[in-house]
Ligand binder design. Structure first.
Ligand code: AMP
Ligand code: MG
Length: 495
């Protein structure tokens, strides 16, 4: 497929073919004097878009909300959800517009503007997103992709001088996100809470037909029971979500707002707000300043995900009377998560395969990291050197050096048990322990530059984070401990 210009994209919008109650058709509210701060050629390639198209006036027009995507059908979707464990009722795209969907070389992608003005679902909000949070979303989704974590993507970042009131006056921006689907757990809760099984079924069938067609497969010789596809859907989402949690835990990512309306039905990382990649490790690290009870702390993420899956299962109960069958599916979460978590953490420790006794080895490291607030990313990255005898950089991360050293002795002994060549072990570790992650202070530096119209830091970070496992010469400062001022950065739900 040759690269296309924007007008050749041939968008459609299959979500718009759902009944009208699923959304509101409306045009975005553009920005005054919008400027394209950054565009992502990698994401453009996913929809077959020519890189040259990124610098055209049409591109800026479409992704600043000034004109529709050719062939698209712009709308804001409705959903509901549980926020911080409490039923919040109707929510929806309060500041996002789905432009349409483009078939790329390897699948379809929905294109959505975020920060593009008020919709019927804006509640008390102004429909806008500030530059700060838009840069953070733009960078984080690409960073997660670089780490191999399932995520929505980002195509473009458009800025303006339009004032937006938050704690202080900031400026408005629009980030274009891409995802095969933006349907959330809360999209299902919306219809079950309204006791509208027909609409719930319509949504479930839409999701199954488009994204999980295998859910309709019956075991050989059997015809699928009426309810089997919905049980299978819950199983598929449960599995993907469990794998996603293992991925998050392994890279030290905290989402910050794991409300059911931010949980992707495709198991993607969705809605980057007050997220954080941990610097100093704390088991109970809370990245979101607004989360005073620590509901969404790092060590609670897997169990919160399961709690959220229970809400999805509760919704599907309207289609599947057999609650035991749904519960049995949810019970699979723990085994899938634990296995994936052990796989990932075992690989990070350089183990050929996970043995039951490795649980204690991992636990003791995490406890030690927690007690010393050791830097998450560097602890893991420096392990590869440490197991080759260059121990000091690793031990430097711990106040209690003797304890760190004693733990290393155990790991080295464990490697001896595996009997692999050191080079092989070390190469494997460096393939899974990133050197570069989007630390808060790196995002902050990119934001500060972006406020002056300078996208060079965004550009540098995009290049490093796209390939976070490989050291790049000249970029050492992106792979060091955070500066003292990083501890003072507060991220909250304000965005
Ligand atoms: P979030 O926690 O950012 O995922 O947002 C929760 C809900 O609030 C969603 O329905 C958003 O669309 C909506 N929302 C957040 N910020 C705004 C805003 N500035 N204007 C309108 N709606 C918003
Ligand atoms: Mg959200």
């Amino acid at each position: 497929m040759s690269a296309l210009s924007l007008t050749e994209l041939q968008a459609v919008n299959s979500f718009a073919a759902l009944p009208a109650a699923f959304y509101t058709r409306l045009a975005p509210q553009g920005l005054n004097n919008p400027r394209l701060l950054h565009a992502n050629a990698d994401a453009a390639a996913l929809i077959g878009l020519d890189p040259a198209a990124l610098s055209t006036p049409e591109f800026l027009d479409v992704f600043s909300g000034a004109r529709p995507l050719p062939g698209g059908d712009t709308l804001a979707a409705v959903y509901s959800g549980h926020q911080f464990g409490v039923w919040a009722g109707q929510l929806g795209d309060g500041r996002a517009h789905l432009l349409g969907e483009v078939q790329g070389p390897e699948g379809g992608w929905e294109l959505q503007l975020k920060g593009s003005g008020m919709t019927p679902y804006s509640r008390m909000g102004d429909g806008r997103a500030v530059l700060r949070s838009s840069v953070r979303e733009y960078l984080a989704s690409e960073a997660m992709h670089g780490l191999g974590v399932p995520t929505t993507r980002a195509l473009a970042l458009v800025v303006s001088d339009d004032p937006v009131m938050r704690e202080t006056v900031e400026t408005a921006a629009i980030v274009t996100r891409m995802s095969p689907s933006f349907v959330r757990f809360g999209s299902f809760e919306h219809w079950s809470s309204r006791r509208q099984p027909d609409m719930l079924k319509t949504l479930a069938d839409y999701v199954i037909d488009r994204y999980y067609p295998e859910c309709r497969d019956a075991p050989a010789g059997e015809s699928p029971a009426d309810t089997a596809p919905y049980i299978n859907l819950l199983r598929a989402v449960t599995r993907r979500t469990a794998l996603l949690m293992a991925d998050w835990q392994a890279v030290g990512f905290c989402h910050g707002v794991m409300n059911t309306d931010n949980m992707s039905i495709l198991g993607l990382t969705l809605d980057y707000g007050p997220y954080g990649f941990m610097d100093g490790f704390r088991l109970g690290h809370v990245c979101n300043h607004s989360d005073s009870e620590g509901r969404y702390s790092w060590n609670r993420q897997p169990s919160v995900a399961l709690w959220n899956l229970y809400r999805l299962g509760g919704s599907l109960h309207m289609l599947v009377q057999d609650a035991d069958a749904l519960r049995a599916v949810l019970d699979e979460f723990e085994a899938v998560f634990t296995r994936a978590f052990h796989d990932r953490m075992g690989a990070k420790m350089g183990l050929a395969a996970w043995l039951p006794e490795d649980e204690a080895l991992l636990d003791d490291l995490l406890k030690l990291m927690d007690a010393n607030q050791a830097d998450f990313t560097l602890t893991w990255r420096r392990l590869a050197d440490a197991v080759q005898g260059r121990r000091s950089a690793f031990e430097d991360l711990f106040i209690d050096r003797p304890a760190a050293s004693a733990w290393l002795d155990r790991l080295v002994a464990r490697h001896a048990q595996d009997g692999r060549l050191v080079q092989e072990t070390v190469a494997g570790m460096n393939r899974v322990n990133p050197l570069y992650v989007l630390r808060n202070h790196l995002a902050e530096q990119a934001i500060r530059a972006a406020k002056t119209g300078d996208a060079s830091e965004i550009d540098t970070l995009m290049k490093l984070l796209r390939n976070p496992f490989v050291a790049q010469e000249g970029y050492e400062r992106y792979a060091t401990l955070p500066p003292d001022w990083a501890g003072g950065i507060e991220v909250s739900c304000s965005s």
